[in-house]
Design a protein around this ligand. Sequence first.
Ligand code: BGP
Length: 479
Amino acid sequence: MMRTFRKDFLWGGAVAANQLEGAWNVDGKGPSVSDMCTNGSHTTPKRLTTTIEEGTLYPSHEAIDFYHHYEEDIALFAEMGFKVFRTSINWTRIFPTGMESEPNEAGLAFYDKVFDCCKKHGIEPLVTISHYELPYALVEKYNGWEGRELIEYFMNYCKAIFARYEGKVKYWLTFNEINAGTMPFGAVLSTGTVKGYSGPVTEVPDKPQERYQALHHQFVASALAVKYAHDNYPEYKMGNMICFVTSYPATCNPIDIVENQAHMREVNWYCSDVMVRGEYPAYAQSIWDKHGVTIKMEDGDAEILKNGTVDFYTFSYYMSNVISANPDANNGAGNLIAGGRNPYLEASDWGWQIDPMGLRYSLNEIYDRYQIPLMVVENGLGARDEIEADGSINDDYRIDYLRKHISEMKMAVNDGVDLMGYTPWGCIDLVSASTGEMAKRYGFIYVEKYDDGTGTLARRKKKSFDWYKQVIATNGEDL
Ligand code: BGP
């Protein structure tokens, strides 16, 4: 008998505040690092600016205006049968510079409305506390997470939202894709170690010392938040969130195998191990040595990490990668992580290599390592969608992508993995994190908003909307 998804499987969708809310300076909200990013495209990188340039388009400023459309959007999610809705809280709605002593009531009130609306529809929120929404003022003052001071500001923020949303939110993730900090480009939005930098996000000068120090502070902050939640709100379930890009050795030559092992450790396991096991892995020193990094730790940090391990492990999964011992070969695929082309896989229009079976493999690898419940909190195909003359949007390519990934998740469950849920990314079209485009769409719901900033913001269902509704209704049986 095949094992399949558990009865209480959390089907839903995922978004992030900065990519859909808009209202970037409304009701007291301050600018986040994402609000300082211009639009870009697959071929022209978006830019980070140190001030808001007049006449420049900043896609997060309006995004899809979920701030004023949340009721309509959540009703559509409910129509698909969502059990869970993953979103983030925009830190700068609650603490506009990150440094205030009291939270901004209007910001808190907005999320009350969002979570109440979810509750009305029987949808459980899954809340990312920090999803590329670091207050820009903390970048200017402390070089982002390089400053140890941020731990305290983060805790103030956590205490405010934990207290306010008690009874409304049960599932929390501390940092979105925390391991983005192990990659120079990823660090722009995640660690915020970009003080004074303006320019293309892909050309930010790499400062590993700052990135790894920042990650240490994020680990400590996450562990403190987890412990605080466990001590004060026993019903809270606390998770991590990793950008999991499994990689394969380019050949069976042992030098490629060992190279890939080192890559997997640095990019995927380093952050995971600290957050699940509560201590740095033995190989951490070799990563620090490679980058000439010395981490400043304080007395008590080791104990904090040990006492703040997560209850469940979540990750995004879009693609896999290929790693060779020959660095020249590691340049073919992926927007975010350099790697080689895999001749057995096709890639999306943005060069992300589509690998459903890699999801089964990854789930097994992660579960073998940690034995705690897993959740796939991002997955999906960024693609251009066309509206037909009759108004329909026939996104069969998206259905195909999701169907194959869900099938492989089912195989992983049959392999023995404890999988809690699945929230495909961008369940409603939103701004792309890597390029700032609207054209890179993921949604079951189309939003009439375009790359030049125009559009009516009207919502319409794509073909995948009814397909996903049926998937949920049959608990993944009818794909
Ligand atoms: C992840 C981020 C999301 C999201 C997604 C898709 O890295 O957590 O914020 O945007 O990737 O990426 P993109 O928007 O670049 O297509």
